[in-house]
Design a protein around this ligand. Structure first.
Ligand code: NDP
Length: 321
Protein backbone atom coordinates (compact mmCIF):
# COMPACT_ATOMS: atom_id res chain seq x y z
CA UNK A 1 0.00 0.00 0.00
CA UNK A 2 1.37 3.45 -0.93
CA UNK A 3 1.50 6.14 1.76
CA UNK A 4 -2.19 6.89 1.70
CA UNK A 5 -3.42 9.72 3.95
CA UNK A 6 -5.81 8.46 6.63
CA UNK A 7 -7.67 10.60 9.15
CA UNK A 8 -8.31 9.26 12.65
CA UNK A 9 -11.06 11.25 14.35
CA UNK A 10 -10.42 10.23 17.98
CA UNK A 11 -7.77 8.24 19.87
CA UNK A 12 -8.06 4.53 19.07
CA UNK A 13 -6.40 1.37 20.38
CA UNK A 14 -2.64 0.92 19.83
CA UNK A 15 -3.32 -2.00 17.46
CA UNK A 16 -5.20 0.35 15.09
CA UNK A 17 -2.68 3.19 15.33
CA UNK A 18 0.41 0.96 15.02
CA UNK A 19 -0.97 -1.05 12.08
CA UNK A 20 -2.07 2.05 10.17
CA UNK A 21 1.12 3.99 10.89
CA UNK A 22 3.15 1.19 9.30
CA UNK A 23 1.07 1.28 6.13
CA UNK A 24 0.04 4.91 5.63
CA UNK A 25 0.31 8.51 6.79
CA UNK A 26 -1.95 8.87 9.81
CA UNK A 27 -3.42 12.26 10.74
CA UNK A 28 -4.81 12.68 14.28
CA UNK A 29 -7.76 15.05 14.15
CA UNK A 30 -8.23 15.25 17.93
CA UNK A 31 -4.66 16.54 18.39
CA UNK A 32 -5.18 19.55 16.10
CA UNK A 33 -5.59 22.85 17.96
CA UNK A 34 -7.44 24.38 14.98
CA UNK A 35 -9.34 21.51 13.36
CA UNK A 36 -11.02 23.73 10.77
CA UNK A 37 -7.70 25.08 9.45
CA UNK A 38 -6.19 21.60 9.58
CA UNK A 39 -9.04 20.09 7.56
CA UNK A 40 -8.82 22.88 5.02
CA UNK A 41 -5.16 22.10 4.43
CA UNK A 42 -5.07 18.29 4.77
CA UNK A 43 -8.72 17.36 4.03
CA UNK A 44 -8.35 17.09 0.22
CA UNK A 45 -5.52 14.54 0.66
CA UNK A 46 -7.51 12.26 2.98
CA UNK A 47 -8.69 9.03 1.32
CA UNK A 48 -9.72 7.02 4.37
CA UNK A 49 -11.15 7.67 7.86
CA UNK A 50 -10.80 5.57 11.00
CA UNK A 51 -13.47 6.33 13.59
CA UNK A 52 -15.20 4.72 16.53
CA UNK A 53 -18.70 4.30 17.89
CA UNK A 54 -17.15 4.95 21.32
CA UNK A 55 -16.45 8.62 20.61
CA UNK A 56 -19.75 10.08 19.52
CA UNK A 57 -21.07 10.92 16.10
CA UNK A 58 -19.07 11.53 12.96
CA UNK A 59 -21.05 14.42 11.52
CA UNK A 60 -21.87 14.14 7.81
CA UNK A 61 -20.59 17.73 7.46
CA UNK A 62 -17.06 16.33 7.95
CA UNK A 63 -17.42 14.77 4.49
CA UNK A 64 -17.61 18.31 3.03
CA UNK A 65 -13.99 18.78 4.12
CA UNK A 66 -12.91 15.41 2.72
CA UNK A 67 -13.77 15.60 -1.01
CA UNK A 68 -11.60 12.59 -1.91
CA UNK A 69 -12.47 10.25 0.93
CA UNK A 70 -13.32 6.73 -0.26
CA UNK A 71 -13.88 4.73 2.93
CA UNK A 72 -14.86 5.21 6.59
CA UNK A 73 -13.79 2.32 8.83
CA UNK A 74 -15.73 2.40 12.10
CA UNK A 75 -14.87 0.56 15.32
CA UNK A 76 -17.94 -1.34 16.63
CA UNK A 77 -20.65 -3.43 14.99
CA UNK A 78 -23.21 -0.71 15.68
CA UNK A 79 -22.52 2.21 13.34
CA UNK A 80 -25.24 4.66 14.33
CA UNK A 81 -22.29 7.04 14.88
CA UNK A 82 -21.86 7.36 11.09
CA UNK A 83 -24.46 8.69 8.64
CA UNK A 84 -24.22 5.65 6.35
CA UNK A 85 -27.06 6.84 4.09
CA UNK A 86 -25.23 10.13 3.44
CA UNK A 87 -21.97 8.23 2.89
CA UNK A 88 -23.76 6.01 0.36
CA UNK A 89 -25.10 9.09 -1.43
CA UNK A 90 -21.54 10.40 -1.75
CA UNK A 91 -20.16 7.03 -2.89
CA UNK A 92 -18.18 6.49 0.32
CA UNK A 93 -17.93 2.94 1.67
CA UNK A 94 -18.57 2.47 5.42
CA UNK A 95 -17.27 -0.58 7.27
CA UNK A 96 -17.98 -1.84 10.80
CA UNK A 97 -16.65 -4.73 12.92
CA UNK A 98 -19.29 -7.50 12.91
CA UNK A 99 -18.79 -11.08 14.04
CA UNK A 100 -15.61 -10.71 16.09
CA UNK A 101 -17.52 -9.57 19.19
CA UNK A 102 -20.61 -11.83 19.14
CA UNK A 103 -19.44 -14.31 21.78
CA UNK A 104 -18.08 -11.62 24.12
CA UNK A 105 -21.30 -9.59 24.02
CA UNK A 106 -23.42 -12.73 24.44
CA UNK A 107 -21.33 -13.86 27.44
CA UNK A 108 -21.74 -10.45 29.09
CA UNK A 109 -25.47 -10.45 28.38
CA UNK A 110 -25.93 -13.76 30.20
CA UNK A 111 -23.79 -12.40 33.05
CA UNK A 112 -25.93 -9.26 33.25
CA UNK A 113 -29.14 -11.31 33.15
CA UNK A 114 -28.01 -13.54 36.02
CA UNK A 115 -26.58 -10.59 37.95
CA UNK A 116 -29.93 -8.81 37.68
CA UNK A 117 -32.08 -11.80 38.65
CA UNK A 118 -29.85 -13.20 41.40
CA UNK A 119 -28.75 -9.72 42.59
CA UNK A 120 -25.05 -10.57 42.37
CA UNK A 121 -23.70 -6.96 42.64
CA UNK A 122 -26.08 -6.23 45.52
CA UNK A 123 -24.92 -9.40 47.34
CA UNK A 124 -21.28 -8.39 46.84
CA UNK A 125 -22.01 -4.94 48.32
CA UNK A 126 -23.90 -6.60 51.22
CA UNK A 127 -20.90 -8.72 52.17
CA UNK A 128 -18.41 -5.83 51.87
CA UNK A 129 -20.60 -3.63 54.06
CA UNK A 130 -20.42 -6.25 56.84
CA UNK A 131 -24.16 -6.94 56.72
CA UNK A 132 -23.71 -10.73 56.39
CA UNK A 133 -22.31 -10.74 59.94
CA UNK A 134 -25.78 -9.70 61.12
CA UNK A 135 -28.17 -11.48 58.73
CA UNK A 136 -28.30 -13.59 55.57
CA UNK A 137 -28.75 -11.84 52.22
CA UNK A 138 -32.47 -11.75 51.27
CA UNK A 139 -33.67 -14.42 48.81
CA UNK A 140 -33.48 -13.32 45.19
CA UNK A 141 -35.61 -13.71 42.06
CA UNK A 142 -34.70 -16.43 39.56
CA UNK A 143 -34.18 -17.39 35.94
CA UNK A 144 -35.97 -20.67 36.63
CA UNK A 145 -39.25 -21.20 34.73
CA UNK A 146 -38.83 -18.00 32.78
CA UNK A 147 -39.46 -17.37 29.09
CA UNK A 148 -36.92 -15.08 27.45
CA UNK A 149 -37.76 -12.87 24.48
CA UNK A 150 -34.91 -11.66 22.29
CA UNK A 151 -35.57 -8.39 20.46
CA UNK A 152 -33.20 -8.60 17.47
CA UNK A 153 -32.20 -12.18 16.67
CA UNK A 154 -29.14 -11.28 14.59
CA UNK A 155 -25.54 -12.43 14.99
CA UNK A 156 -25.36 -11.49 18.68
CA UNK A 157 -29.01 -12.37 19.41
CA UNK A 158 -28.38 -15.90 18.11
CA UNK A 159 -25.22 -16.24 20.24
CA UNK A 160 -27.34 -15.21 23.25
CA UNK A 161 -30.04 -17.74 22.31
CA UNK A 162 -27.46 -20.55 22.02
CA UNK A 163 -26.27 -19.80 25.54
CA UNK A 164 -29.82 -19.51 26.90
CA UNK A 165 -30.62 -22.98 25.52
CA UNK A 166 -28.13 -24.35 28.06
CA UNK A 167 -30.10 -22.69 30.85
CA UNK A 168 -33.29 -24.64 30.02
CA UNK A 169 -35.53 -21.61 29.52
CA UNK A 170 -38.13 -20.88 26.85
CA UNK A 171 -36.88 -18.68 24.00
CA UNK A 172 -38.84 -16.49 21.59
CA UNK A 173 -37.88 -13.53 19.41
CA UNK A 174 -38.99 -10.44 17.54
CA UNK A 175 -37.50 -8.82 14.47
CA UNK A 176 -39.00 -7.24 11.39
CA UNK A 177 -38.82 -10.56 9.54
CA UNK A 178 -39.50 -14.16 10.56
CA UNK A 179 -36.43 -16.35 10.12
CA UNK A 180 -37.41 -19.66 8.54
CA UNK A 181 -34.28 -21.49 9.69
CA UNK A 182 -34.92 -20.70 13.37
CA UNK A 183 -36.98 -22.92 15.69
CA UNK A 184 -37.75 -20.26 18.37
CA UNK A 185 -41.28 -18.81 18.45
CA UNK A 186 -41.56 -15.65 16.32
CA UNK A 187 -43.62 -12.63 17.36
CA UNK A 188 -44.33 -10.08 14.61
CA UNK A 189 -44.72 -7.30 17.20
CA UNK A 190 -42.48 -6.41 20.11
CA UNK A 191 -45.54 -5.94 22.32
CA UNK A 192 -46.68 -9.47 21.47
CA UNK A 193 -43.25 -10.78 22.45
CA UNK A 194 -43.38 -8.83 25.73
CA UNK A 195 -46.82 -10.28 26.54
CA UNK A 196 -45.54 -13.83 25.92
CA UNK A 197 -42.31 -13.49 27.95
CA UNK A 198 -41.09 -12.33 31.35
CA UNK A 199 -37.56 -11.39 30.27
CA UNK A 200 -36.83 -9.13 27.28
CA UNK A 201 -33.25 -8.96 25.98
CA UNK A 202 -32.79 -6.06 23.56
CA UNK A 203 -29.99 -6.47 20.99
CA UNK A 204 -31.03 -4.55 17.86
CA UNK A 205 -29.08 -1.77 16.11
CA UNK A 206 -29.60 1.80 17.34
CA UNK A 207 -30.64 4.72 15.12
CA UNK A 208 -33.96 6.23 14.06
CA UNK A 209 -35.64 2.93 13.08
CA UNK A 210 -35.40 1.45 16.58
CA UNK A 211 -35.73 4.64 18.65
CA UNK A 212 -37.95 3.94 21.70
CA UNK A 213 -38.95 0.52 20.32
CA UNK A 214 -39.25 -0.42 24.00
CA UNK A 215 -41.77 2.12 25.29
CA UNK A 216 -44.25 2.37 28.17
CA UNK A 217 -46.74 0.03 26.45
CA UNK A 218 -44.10 -2.68 25.87
CA UNK A 219 -42.99 -2.44 29.52
CA UNK A 220 -46.61 -2.72 30.65
CA UNK A 221 -47.00 -5.83 28.49
CA UNK A 222 -43.84 -7.32 30.04
CA UNK A 223 -45.59 -7.08 33.40
CA UNK A 224 -44.79 -6.95 37.11
CA UNK A 225 -42.56 -10.06 37.04
CA UNK A 226 -40.77 -8.76 33.94
CA UNK A 227 -37.06 -8.05 33.56
CA UNK A 228 -35.57 -5.86 30.83
CA UNK A 229 -31.98 -6.38 29.70
CA UNK A 230 -30.67 -3.74 27.26
CA UNK A 231 -27.31 -4.40 25.60
CA UNK A 232 -28.27 -2.75 22.29
CA UNK A 233 -28.22 1.05 22.33
CA UNK A 234 -29.68 3.43 24.90
CA UNK A 235 -31.93 4.98 22.28
CA UNK A 236 -33.84 1.72 21.74
CA UNK A 237 -35.47 2.06 25.17
CA UNK A 238 -37.54 5.06 26.29
CA UNK A 239 -35.43 5.72 29.38
CA UNK A 240 -38.00 7.93 31.13
CA UNK A 241 -40.70 5.30 30.57
CA UNK A 242 -38.32 2.66 31.93
CA UNK A 243 -37.57 4.72 35.05
CA UNK A 244 -41.30 5.17 35.64
CA UNK A 245 -41.97 1.43 35.08
CA UNK A 246 -39.23 0.49 37.55
CA UNK A 247 -40.43 3.04 40.09
CA UNK A 248 -44.09 1.99 39.93
CA UNK A 249 -43.52 -1.79 39.81
CA UNK A 250 -44.87 -2.04 36.27
CA UNK A 251 -41.81 -4.26 35.70
CA UNK A 252 -39.64 -6.06 38.26
CA UNK A 253 -36.10 -5.00 37.38
CA UNK A 254 -33.62 -4.15 34.65
CA UNK A 255 -30.02 -4.80 33.67
CA UNK A 256 -28.56 -2.08 31.47
CA UNK A 257 -25.27 -1.73 29.59
CA UNK A 258 -26.33 1.26 27.47
CA UNK A 259 -28.06 4.61 28.05
CA UNK A 260 -29.63 7.42 26.06
CA UNK A 261 -26.98 10.04 26.94
CA UNK A 262 -23.76 8.14 27.69
CA UNK A 263 -21.75 8.43 29.84
CA UNK A 264 -24.40 10.34 31.79
CA UNK A 265 -26.81 7.94 33.55
CA UNK A 266 -29.99 9.33 35.13
CA UNK A 267 -29.69 9.70 38.91
CA UNK A 268 -33.08 7.98 39.28
CA UNK A 269 -31.51 4.76 37.91
CA UNK A 270 -28.36 5.12 40.01
CA UNK A 271 -30.51 5.47 43.14
CA UNK A 272 -32.47 2.25 42.42
CA UNK A 273 -31.36 -0.89 44.27
CA UNK A 274 -33.27 -3.24 41.93
CA UNK A 275 -31.34 -2.47 38.74
CA UNK A 276 -27.86 -3.49 37.62
CA UNK A 277 -25.97 -0.81 35.69
CA UNK A 278 -22.87 -1.41 33.56
CA UNK A 279 -20.81 1.29 31.78
CA UNK A 280 -21.23 0.03 28.17
CA UNK A 281 -18.75 -2.83 28.48
CA UNK A 282 -20.38 -5.69 26.55
CA UNK A 283 -17.48 -6.04 24.08
CA UNK A 284 -14.86 -4.51 26.36
CA UNK A 285 -12.28 -7.26 26.92
CA UNK A 286 -8.69 -6.85 25.72
CA UNK A 287 -9.11 -9.93 23.49
CA UNK A 288 -12.24 -8.73 21.71
CA UNK A 289 -11.37 -5.03 21.50
CA UNK A 290 -8.06 -6.02 19.85
CA UNK A 291 -9.94 -8.17 17.33
CA UNK A 292 -12.25 -5.23 16.59
CA UNK A 293 -9.30 -2.84 16.25
CA UNK A 294 -7.51 -5.20 13.89
CA UNK A 295 -10.61 -5.34 11.69
CA UNK A 296 -10.80 -1.52 11.56
CA UNK A 297 -7.22 -1.38 10.24
CA UNK A 298 -7.61 -4.44 7.98
CA UNK A 299 -10.66 -2.90 6.27
CA UNK A 300 -8.64 0.20 5.33
CA UNK A 301 -5.60 -1.80 4.24
CA UNK A 302 -7.67 -4.23 2.13
CA UNK A 303 -9.42 -1.29 0.47
CA UNK A 304 -6.22 0.55 -0.44
CA UNK A 305 -4.64 -2.69 -1.69
CA UNK A 306 -7.56 -2.85 -4.15
CA UNK A 307 -9.15 -5.90 -2.55
CA UNK A 308 -12.36 -4.15 -1.52
CA UNK A 309 -13.65 -3.71 2.03
CA UNK A 310 -13.80 -6.78 4.30
CA UNK A 311 -17.00 -5.86 6.16
CA UNK A 312 -19.01 -3.11 4.42
CA UNK A 313 -22.33 -2.14 6.05
CA UNK A 314 -25.52 -2.97 4.11
CA UNK A 315 -26.12 0.70 3.16
CA UNK A 316 -22.81 0.81 1.24
CA UNK A 317 -22.41 -2.61 -0.39
CA UNK A 318 -19.19 -3.13 -2.36
CA UNK A 319 -19.83 -3.25 -6.06
CA UNK A 320 -16.21 -3.32 -7.18
CA UNK A 321 -14.14 -0.44 -8.48
P1 NDP B 1 -27.26 -7.91 13.29
O1 NDP B 1 -27.43 -6.96 12.16
O2 NDP B 1 -26.66 -9.26 13.04
O3 NDP B 1 -28.68 -8.15 14.01
C1 NDP B 1 -29.58 -7.13 14.29
C2 NDP B 1 -30.95 -7.75 14.53
O4 NDP B 1 -31.85 -6.70 14.89
C3 NDP B 1 -31.52 -8.45 13.32
O5 NDP B 1 -31.98 -9.72 13.70
C4 NDP B 1 -32.68 -7.56 12.87
O6 NDP B 1 -33.75 -8.38 12.40
C5 NDP B 1 -33.07 -6.83 14.16
N1 NDP B 1 -33.61 -5.51 13.87
C6 NDP B 1 -33.04 -4.54 13.11
N2 NDP B 1 -33.85 -3.47 13.05
C7 NDP B 1 -34.95 -3.78 13.78
C8 NDP B 1 -36.15 -3.08 14.07
N3 NDP B 1 -36.39 -1.84 13.59
N4 NDP B 1 -37.08 -3.69 14.85
C9 NDP B 1 -36.85 -4.94 15.32
N5 NDP B 1 -35.73 -5.65 15.07
C10 NDP B 1 -34.79 -5.07 14.31
O7 NDP B 1 -26.42 -7.12 14.38
P2 NDP B 1 -25.51 -7.69 15.57
O8 NDP B 1 -26.22 -8.82 16.22
O9 NDP B 1 -24.13 -7.89 15.09
O10 NDP B 1 -25.50 -6.40 16.54
C11 NDP B 1 -26.72 -5.88 17.04
C12 NDP B 1 -26.51 -4.59 17.79
O11 NDP B 1 -25.99 -4.85 19.07
C13 NDP B 1 -25.52 -3.58 17.22
O12 NDP B 1 -26.06 -2.87 16.12
C14 NDP B 1 -25.28 -2.68 18.42
O13 NDP B 1 -26.26 -1.67 18.48
C15 NDP B 1 -25.46 -3.64 19.61
N6 NDP B 1 -24.19 -3.92 20.27
C16 NDP B 1 -23.97 -3.45 21.54
C17 NDP B 1 -22.77 -3.68 22.18
C18 NDP B 1 -22.52 -3.16 23.55
O14 NDP B 1 -21.36 -2.87 23.85
N7 NDP B 1 -23.51 -3.07 24.41
C19 NDP B 1 -21.68 -4.43 21.53
C20 NDP B 1 -22.03 -4.92 20.22
C21 NDP B 1 -23.24 -4.66 19.63
P3 NDP B 1 -34.72 -7.87 11.23
O15 NDP B 1 -33.84 -7.36 10.13
O16 NDP B 1 -35.52 -9.08 10.87
O17 NDP B 1 -35.56 -6.81 11.84
Amino acid sequence: MSRTDILMTAPMMPIVIDTLEKACTLHRLWEQPDQEAFLKEVGPRIRGVATSTLYGRLEASLFDNLPNVEIVSSFGVGYDNVDAAEAARRGIVVTNTPGVLDDEVADLTLGLLLATLRKIPQADRYLREGKWLKASFPLSTTLRERKVGIVGLGRIGKAIARRLAGFDVGIAYHGRTKQDDVAYAYHPTVIGLAEACDVLIVITPGGAATRHLIDADVLKALGPNGVLINVARGTVVDEQALIEALRSGTILSAGLDVYEDEPRVPQELIDMEHVVLLPHIASASVHTRNAMGKLVADNLIAWFEGKGPLTPVPETPYKGR
